[in-house]
Write a protein that binds this ligand. Structure first.
Ligand code: GTP
Length: 419
């Protein structure tokens, strides 16, 4: 009870009411001013089978110039997208700058072997993460440009029979790397009932295959939740794109004219185009960026640190995390040093052996020479001895022949000399 009382007192102390105006209520304005000054970057990617109207959709969504050279109208459009193409659009509204990067990817599904068709898409996403990671790791991190793909419009063919196996496979490859927003292409080919049924079917398949598409965030604001709910109900967005302008009631609008009627791209009763565009640029741009940064980029960083490739499998030659790799390098270094030590010891031993051999050799040589000298000396001694013997015998013969010894002769000579 005492503790509770103390806690309450502590809390009361901390939650002190201000007596006057301090001024930090101005904080949001500061944040706003800074953000507006800096401007916003956003990257949107379109992915899907060939000929589903991806380029047309991009043109309809952001490129005001309808017959721009980059996205010519259907009649003059002759080429299909064959490589990843990026296009920057600078949007300005009430003094707020938005630099929108649009990434148009080559449509797939045309070839017989489609097993690698998603590689350019995955490579583009991974490379942008890699660029960002490198920029973040640089010493000067002031101008880190965010080129990461913040959302990916995945185009599904309006077959009415659900998604193709290829779509499911690619979505599974993408869902932990980027915010997937599923889109039904060319929705003007479906009746409203067919469209509603198709949407349900797609959502079922997404759930069955445990594909994670972009989830609208829950928030405390009731009004915002209402908007989110309306947007959620429209997923997957059924869209119609057009590069041409039609005239309806004297107004020039983007649309498609058929013998039986006209589809207006920006009419919410005709398709979900406006809902999709609002969601991407008006209501959920920041959340898409946050999820990209907090979830997908983090996934990428974790994979990178764990030495895993985009498929979650260890990268060749980098199948360990950096710490384990450092440990390995240390071990490698140690074993290299040990090997060098052993080699040096071997060399040393060899040198010692050579020296000892040389010493024993010279010792032997010395001994041999000593022996030689000794034998020479011995010979000389014997020779002298022989000569001495010869002399003695010659001396004896002479004494006998002369009847006097040498000693006697020397004594007499000495006596004669003294007289
Ligand atoms: P790839 O470059 O091969 O990936 O094709 P894409 O998906 O970029 O398709 P693109 O925008 O080149 O459009 C292909 C054709 O579909 C063009 O003739 C467009 O006019 C047409 N088209 C585009 N959007 C729609 C649509 O909403 N409804 C219908 N009916 N046709 C569309």
């Amino acid at each position: 009870e005492n503790k509770m009382k103390l806690d309450k007192q502590e809390k009361d102390k901390r939650r002190k009411e201000l007596d006057g105006y301090v001024g930090f209520a101005n904080l949001p304005n500061q944040v706003y001013r800074k953000a507006v000054k800096k401007g916003f970057d956003f990257t949107l990617m379109v992915v899907g089978e060939s000929g589903l109207g991806k380029s047309t959709m991009i043109n309809s969504m952001f490129l005001a110039d309808i017959y721009s050279s980059e996205y010519p109208g259907p009649s003059s459009r002759i080429k299909k997208t064959v490589q990843v193409e990026t296009c920057k659009v600078l949007l300005k509204e009430n003094g707020v700058n938005l630099t929108l990067t649009i990434v148009d990817t080559p449509g797939f599904g045309d070839s017989i072997d489609n097993s690698q068709c998603w590689q350019p898409v995955l490579d583009y996403i991974e490379n942008r993460y890699e660029d960002y990671l490198n920029a973040e790791s640089r010493v000067n991190r002031k101008a880190v440009l965010d080129g990461r793909v913040h959302s990916c419009l995945y185009f599904i063919a309006p077959s009415g029979h659900g998604m193709k196996a290829l779509d499911i496979e690619l979505m599974k490859k993408l869902h932990d790397k980027v915010n997937i927003i599923p889109v039904i292409a060319k929705a003007d080919t479906l009746t409203p009932e067919e469209c509603a049924h198709f949407k349900k079917q797609i959502l079922n398949e997404i759930a069955q295959n445990k594909i994670k598409i972009y989830e609208f965030p829950d928030c405390d604001d009731e009004e915002e939740n209402k908007v989110n709910k309306m947007m959620r109900e429209r997923v997957p967005y059924a869209v119609v794109g057009s590069n041409t302008v039609v005239e309806v009631d004297g107004k020039k609008l983007r649309g498609r004219k058929y013998p039986w009627g006209t589809v207006i791209v920006e009419n919410l009763e005709h398709c979900d185009f406006v809902a999709l565009r609002n969601m991407v640029v008006r209501t959920h741009l920041q959340d898409l960026k946050d999820v990209t940064n907090n979830v997908h980029y983090e996934n990428f960083r974790c994979r990178k640190l764990a030495g895993l490739g985009p498929d979650g499998k260890p990268v060749k030659g980098f199948d360990k995390n950096p710490l384990a790799q450092m440990e390995d390098e240390k071990k490698n270094h140690e074993s290299k040093m040990k090997k060098m030590e052993v080699e040096m010891e071997q060399v040393f031993e060899l040198k010692v052996k050579e020296r000892t051999q040389r010493i024993t050799d010279s010792e032997k040589d010395l001994k041999r020479r000593e022996e030689q000298m000794r034998s020479t000396l011995e010979k000389l001694r014997m020779d002298i001895q022989d000569r001495k013997k010869q002399f003695d015998s010659e001396k004896m013969a002479w004494e006998q022949a002369n009847g006097i010894t040498f000693d006697e002769l020397r004594r007499r000579n000495l006596e004669a000399l003294s007289k």
